[in-house]
Structure formats: structure tokens, C-alpha cells
Ligand binder design. Sequence first.
Ligand SMILES: *Cc1c(COP(=O)(O)O)cnc(C)c1O
Length: 351
Amino acid sequence: MQNVGVIQRYREYLPALRDESIITLHEGSTPLIRAKRLEKYLNANAAIYLKYEGLNPTGSFKDRGMTMAISKAVDEGAKAVICASTGNTAASATAYAARAGLRCYVLVPKGNIAMGKLAQSMMHGAQVLQIDGLFDEALEIVRKITEEQKITLVNSVNPYRIEGQKSAAFEICDELKYAPDFHALPVGNAGNISAYWKGYREYFSTDKIKALPKMIGFQAEGSAPIVKNRQIDNPKTIATAIKIGNPASWRMAVAARDESGGLIEAVTDDEILHAYQLLASLEGVFCEPASAASVAGVLKLNKRKFFSNSSTIVCTLTGHGLKDPERAIESSDKPISVPADLTKILDAMGL
Ligand SMILES: *Cc1c(COP(=O)(O)O)cnc(C)c1O
């Protein structure tokens, strides 16, 4: 079956658009992977699935929202778009803007963006501005710019982003034929957890599913404003995609948590890196560090016997591991150097 992109696939659930305005890179329809070795490792009887969003066209779930936001901008006659980004929003916005022929500006926090994401943004012909500051400051600035200029904001405060992103929840329900009992996600600016919850609720209200999942979100310990219930002025974590001290969708995320009977908790950088390595070595799934926060959270809750035996858990893996090759290399054993000599190689292999 051809992947037509999320707008065509779920058009009846999305805001109206003219056909000629649709800008797609055939995002969505990403794999839902059963993680049997991880289940065994956890000694859990629960079924764990990974929604591998790293396989979207620019390597993260941001494409689901971006196809909608950019198409809507085209539909409304916009000439330019702008976003603040920890990297993946910029990678996605620049690609979709290029395809739409729109001018694109991105503001990223200097030194706090993974190399792959910066490379992507630079390739698509956008104007990339690195600021000496945090993501939160960049977002505040682009919000001010769009109040005064005729430039469309494509951060997740743009409601069309959330509309597009909710399609991931639809895909999971369409594939499983039911909603999972738990849905685990990393939480940064908190748009995605809000989007999934919206998607599940819409499927519930149209009788596509009979029950709703509990939304379980995870922030990095040093960057956990929702968990601590206060803005964090100097967020710290190696997981740059969720290094955000004042999430734009804070209230919506808290509503998703409370309405679903779920939770939002913190995981440490060590727990994130452990889950990141486990996913790669046990399941062959390479995600970026922030993505692994969902699995780190499930590991942590499993230790306190949070899940029941028959639970189905879906973990969203938000972005591809290739985004951040430096972190991958730092987190792994170094390759062994050997001469091009059969005996020496066998020796090094321990054979
Ligand atoms: C954007 C992003 C997040 C955070 O999603 P929010 O909607 O901001 O909560 C997590 N992981 C990755 C890889 C991302 O790109």
C-alpha cells in the first residue's frame, strides 16, 4: 500500500485544506514494533510496542505536524515561516518549506543542537540563526516576531501542528485494533503528548476504540518543569530535544495526564542513556537520546510493579539515532584497531 502522507490518510479528522495546498513528504505510517527482547529483559508479561517515529522523512515525528502547518500556511497564502527549535522542528520546517517554496527562518540554541539536525536545517536553503540562549528564549523571540511580521509561526503553538501529530495515535489504534493501556512519551515542549491524547479522544468519540490509554510522560530530571510544577530557568540534560524549561503546551499536557489517569515523571540522564543503549542492542532500534526517555520511564515504573501482566504499552520513539552521532559514539565501546592480518583479526575476535 502506498503511503500517501498523514493529511490524505486521515483527512476526515483534520482541518479542511484545498488539494493543491497539500505539501507532503509522505510522512507517517511508521512501524509499530513489538519489543519482545525488551519485554524479556524487563521480566514483564506486558506487551511493549515501539512507535518508531525516527522513520519519518526528516527523521522525527515533527513531520506529522509540519505537513499540516506548512500546507495550511500555503493555503492561507503565506510567503514565509519561522520557528524556534531544539533541532528537529527546524529540520522538518526547513524541508517542508523548501518543498512548498516558502522562505524559512529557524532560531536554534547555539551549541545545544545535535549535529545531524543542524546539518539538515543548513541543507534546505533556510536562514539558520544560532542564538546565545536557550530554546525557551528563542521561542519567545519568534513569537514576538510573528506578532509584528507577516511570517507564519510553525512551532507547536500553531494548532495545526497538534492536528497533524495526533495522526500517530490513529495509526496505533488502526494497527492494534484497540488503544493500548499505556502510552509512554518523552515530554519537552509538551505538544506531542497533547496531540496523542487529542487523537485517542477523537477515535474514542467516533467509536473507533472502546477505551482510552493512560498517558505516561517523561521529562529529563534536570529539565522537568511539569514534574516540579515550576518553570526551570536553566534546564540541564544530554537529551537536547527535551531540554525545555517552560513548555508551551504545559496546560494541555497536564490535562492529558489528569484526564487519562496517567502521570508525568522525571528520568535521569543515566536512565535515558541506559534505555538508549538497550533499544539499540536488544531490539536493533536506534533512536536519539530524548526518544529513549519513554522507555527509560517504562523501565522505572516496571521496577515498582506499576504495570499489570496483561497491559499493552506503546512507547513513542520520537527521533532517529543518526541525528546525534556524537552521542552514539561517546556512549559506545570504541572500535578495536587491528592490522589487516587474518591471524591478528581472529585473535582480536577471540577465536
Ligand atoms: C520535539 C521532540 C521531543 C519533544 O516533543 P514535545 O512535543 O516538544 O514534547 C522529544 N523527542 C524528540 C526527538 C523531539 O524532536
